[in-house]
Write a protein that binds this ligand. Structure first.
Ligand SMILES: Cc1cc2nc3c(=O)[nH]c(=O)nc-3n(C[C@H](O)[C@H](O)[C@H](O)COP(=O)(O)OP(=O)(O)OC[C@H]3O[C@@H](n4cnc5c(N)ncnc54)[C@H](O)[C@@H]3O)c2cc1C
Length: 392
């Protein structure tokens, strides 16, 4: 097997690396308090400015058509971009406006909606959150119960969402709500645009197990929005959710992030020979993870190359998601074992090694195996669509 990027893709990788080198100068994360470094880096003024610079280059909306502020980049270019950003830990966050709100509006939105919202997303002027999950509707999202009822020239929303990332700092919400409770569950859902400052919306923080505030519960009590904030056809929302978008779906970012942590652990082991480097079990574990990283990267490249060839990856994308997110868990666990009791130290501790990042990574990597489809759901897809096994 031979796998190479073409000259254009290599040139683009160099351009992204040079940009990152200039913008993320050594120690750039030190400006944030260690305690909140991970989240602060994503939510800070620095992140906003950084994303503005990406927007100026049209890199935020790399795959979007040129008329909407993108560069119509190829799948491979998107993958290279995602890989480099993740490897450097760039504060790009998960930009939902760019990832699915904008593309859905391009397909299903009215001309008025496109004109109003797409430029603001492309310029990073407005931030979006995604209001899908509910306490009783996660993996089985089609069971969602939040109601939207038409009342004259308005929709009235009542219900509750949960795990809404960034709701506390979003201008707009991308909402899935039930518009026909009598229809079969997939056929009674519609999509809405929701101004997050509308009266009747309350956002309550959920603190994750690492002590960080990333997601929230969102409650709706008689929230009124204009009738023209529905997107696409009424009751067709479920099918709009699953639009086949021309987006890179390789999960390469997870592997690139893991590679960075692994390199840090390898360097640490070399610097602290008596502490970890000389222990055979540490050397073997690091070697094993090195092999897993190569495998994970190739699984991700496979998905991107399928897409590049115009095919729609199916269970292959689930394999890459499952493997890369669980690789993160294995690596974080190995890092904790390597560092022994020091591994548990919070970044605030002066005794913490590697700035306490392994402790943070250990707690945060679990989320990767849940968000965007849990590992069990990925295994179900691989079993049914990949292996042809019967549905359980
Ligand atoms: C970091 C993070 C950010 C998130 N951000 C958002 C967001 O911004 N907006 C949003 O709407 N949601 C968000 N979510 C929610 C996410 O989409 C859900 O957590 C996910 O879909 C799983 O749903 P659930 O938590 O309700 O778990 P459930 O679906 O209740 O699953 C519970 C357990 O049962 C297992 N299970 C469920 N069904 C099956 C099955 N058929 N076969 C085998 N096992 C099964 C699951 O794998 C899991 O282990 C986020 C989640 C995380 C972790």
């Amino acid at each position: 097997m031979e796998f190479r990027f073409n000259a254009e893709e290599e040139a683009f990788r160099t351009e992204v690396r040079e940009f990152l080198k200039a913008e993320l100068t050594p120690g750039w994360q030190d400006q944030f308090d260690n305690d909140t470094e991970f989240l602060a880096a994503q939510q800070s003024q620095f992140a906003r400015q950084f994303n503005k610079k990406l927007a100026q280059r049209r890199w935020l909306t790399l795959p979007w058509p040129e008329e909407y502020g993108g560069l119509k980049a190829s799948i491979m270019q998107q993958m290279v971009y995602n890989e480099e950003m993740a490897y450097q830990g760039a504060p790009t966050g998960l930009n939902m406006g760019v990832a699915w709100v904008g593309p859905s509006l391009m397909i299903y939105g009215s001309e008025e909606q496109k004109k109003r919202f797409l430029p603001a997303i492309a310029n990073h002027d407005e931030i979006w959150c995604t209001l899908y999950s509910e306490p009783e509707a996660g993996s089985d999202l089609a069971s969602l119960q939040t109601r939207a009822v038409k009342d004259g020239d308005e929709w009235v929303i009542n219900g509750q969402k949960i795990w809404t990332s960034g709701a506390h700092r979003s201008d707009w919400g991308w909402l899935a709500a039930r518009t026909d409770p009598e229809a079969p569950k997939h056929k009674g859902i519609s999509m809405f645009i929701l101004p997050m400052d509308t009266p009747g919306i309350s956002v309550r923080p959920l603190i994750n197990m690492a002590g960080m505030h990333g997601f929230n519960e969102v409650f709706f009590e008689d929230v009124r929005i204009p009738a023209n904030y529905i997107v696409g056809q009424e009751n067709n929302g479920w099918y709009q959710l699953a639009v086949a978008l021309d987006f890179e779906r390789s999960s390469v970012a997870g592997v690139a992030r893991a590679r960075r942590w692994w390199e840090d652990l390898v360097s640490f082991s070399k610097e602290h020979r008596s502490f970890v480097g000389a222990r055979p079990e540490v050397r073997h574990r690091l070697a094993e993870i090195g092999v897993e990283l190569e495998a994970g990267q190739n699984l991700c490249y496979r998905v991107a190359s399928l897409q590049q060839a115009g095919k729609i990856p199916n269970y292959e994308a689930s394999i890459a998601k499952l493997y890369s997110s669980e690789l993160g868990l294995r690596l974080a666990g190995s890092g904790m074992e390597m560092l022994g009791l020091y591994g548990q130290l919070h970044p605030r501790s002066k005794y913490a090694h590697l700035k306490g990042r392994i402790e943070r990574y250990y707690q945060l990597s679990v989320a990767e195996t849940i968000g965007g489809g849990t590992s069990e759901i990925m295994r179900n897809i691989i079993a049914m669509r990949g292996l042809g096994l019967p549905k359980g």
